[in-house]
Design a protein around this ligand. Structure first.
Ligand code: ADP
Ligand code: C5P
Ligand code: MG
Length: 209
């Protein structure tokens, strides 16, 4: 039996997933690693930048879930993986990969990590980070113009045409699979504390065998 456990953090774009995950990662250090589902976006390196910029990145088919699932199974078996790295500013994978060694807890994070039945079936604890859509849009405009090399116009067009409808069709309905829902995203200090305590408990359970 594997002594590695997967904890999944899903939620809408700019709900605060990555912020929460960074805090948890810093807290647990050597016992936990983070695997961002975004790193498993399909690379689309057979088409040019302008074409890649127009693709829909908010539906399940945008991700290489076969590779994601295969890599998670390897980690559960105690094997290392070479995790791809995604570059949002180029809409493709970077040339480099990161060698990841399994730890007691594998934290997987992304808008659709609760969508795929195969991924759910190997996940121990399922979390959904909730935040109002106007708050998420406001954060996304600020983040994507600063950190993902986007214009305000492109963020708004993408939001109306893809992010919002795909959220309503795929992301929001996946909330029903969650064991824990954290409202108000990264602002919810109590909710994050409860999640940390739960992960600590999972680690201690494994230590006790
Ligand atoms: P996600 O990974 O769910 O898309 P992020 O953690 O990247 O969300 O958060 C989106 C943006 O909002 C980031 O720029 C982040 O710094 C900011 N942010 C996250 N949580 C809060 C918060 N509670 N208050 C203000 N800004 C926040
Ligand atoms: O961090 P966050 O959950 O917001 O990351 C997922 C978002 O990244 C998706 O909503 C998708 O629209 C966006 N994305 C993008 N361009 C890409 C890949 C993903 O805008 N090339
Ligand atoms: Mg994120």
């Amino acid at each position: 039996m594997s002594d590695v456990k997967i904890v999944a953090i899903a939620g809408g774009s700019a709900s605060g997933k990555s912020s929460i995950v960074r805090e948890i990662e810093a807290y647990f250090k050597d016992d936990l690693i983070v695997i961002g589902h975004d790193n498993y976006y399909k690379a689309h390196d057979d088409i040019d930048f302008e074409q890649r910029a127009k693709l829909n990145y908010d539906y399940p088919g945008a991700f290489d879930n076969d590779l994601f699932y295969k890599d998670l199974l390897k980690l559960l078996e105690g094997k290392e993986i070479d995790m791809p790295i995604y570059d949002y500013s180029k809409h493709t994978r970077s040339d480099e990969t990161i060698r990841v060694k399994p730890t007691k807890i594998i934290l997987i994070e992304g808008i659709l990590v609760l969508y795929d039945e195969r991924i759910r079936s190997i996940t121990d604890t399922k979390v959904f980070v909730d935040a109002d859509s106007d708050v998420r849009l406001q954060r996304r405009i600020l983040r994507d113009t600063k950190e993902r090399a986007r214009s305000i116009e492109s963020v708004l067009t993408q939001y109306i045409n893809q992010v919002k409808p795909m959220h309503e069709t795929y992301v929001e309905p996946s909330k029903k699979y969650a064991d824990i829902i954290i409202p108000r995203g990264a602002r919810n200090l109590k909710g994050i504390q409860i999640l940390k305590r739960h992960i600590k408990h999972l680690i201690e359970e494994e230590n006790e065998g």
